[in-house]
Design a protein around this ligand. Structure first.
Ligand SMILES: [Zn+2]
Length: 113
C-alpha cells in the first residue's frame, strides 16, 4: 500500500472538513484502519508531520484504530474473526464466507478548536 498517498488524501479530507467548520486548528484526528488494507499505522504516523506542516492540522494528534478482519459464514450466518490461513467457519467448518470487516479506511472524526 502507498501510505504516502493515503496520508495525503486523509489530510485533504480533514482540511476540507475543518475549513467548512471554520476551525482555527485541528487538535485530533481519529482514523480507522482495517487490517486487511495492509496499511501500516507507523507509516501513516511517519508521513503525517511532513504533510501537515504549514496547515491548520500541523501538530494535531493522530489516533489510529485498527480493525481486525471479520467474516460471516454464508451457511450458518456465524460471524467470527478471521485468522491467517484459517478460512473456515469455527461453527460449521464451511469455507464460504463474506468479509464484513477489515477493509475499512476512513476518518472517523476530527476534533477542532
Ligand atoms: Zn458456518
Amino acid at each position: 500500500m502507498h501510505e504516502l498517498s493515503i496520508t495525503q488524501s486523509m489530510l485533504d479530507l480533514v482540511l476540507e472538513h475543518a475549513e467548512k467548520a471554520e476551525a482555527k486548528k485541528v487538535g485530533k484526528i481519529n482514523l480507522v484502519i482495517g487490517e486487511m488494507t495492509g496499511v501500516v499505522e507507523q507509516c501513516v504516523q511517519f508521513y503525517f508531520p511532513f504533510l501537515s506542516k504549514g496547515t491548520i492540522v500541523e501538530g494535531a494528534a493522530l489516533s489510529c484504530r485498527m480493525v481486525p478482519p471479520k467474516a460471516q459464514c454464508r451457511d450458518c450466518s456465524e460471524t467470527f474473526e478471521l485468522k491467517e490461513f484459517d478460512w473456515t467457519c469455527p461453527h460449521c467448518r464451511s469455507n464460504t464466507m463474506e468479509i464484513i470487516a477489515g477493509n475499512e479506511l476512513f476518518v472517523e472524526s476530527i476534533e477542532v478548536e
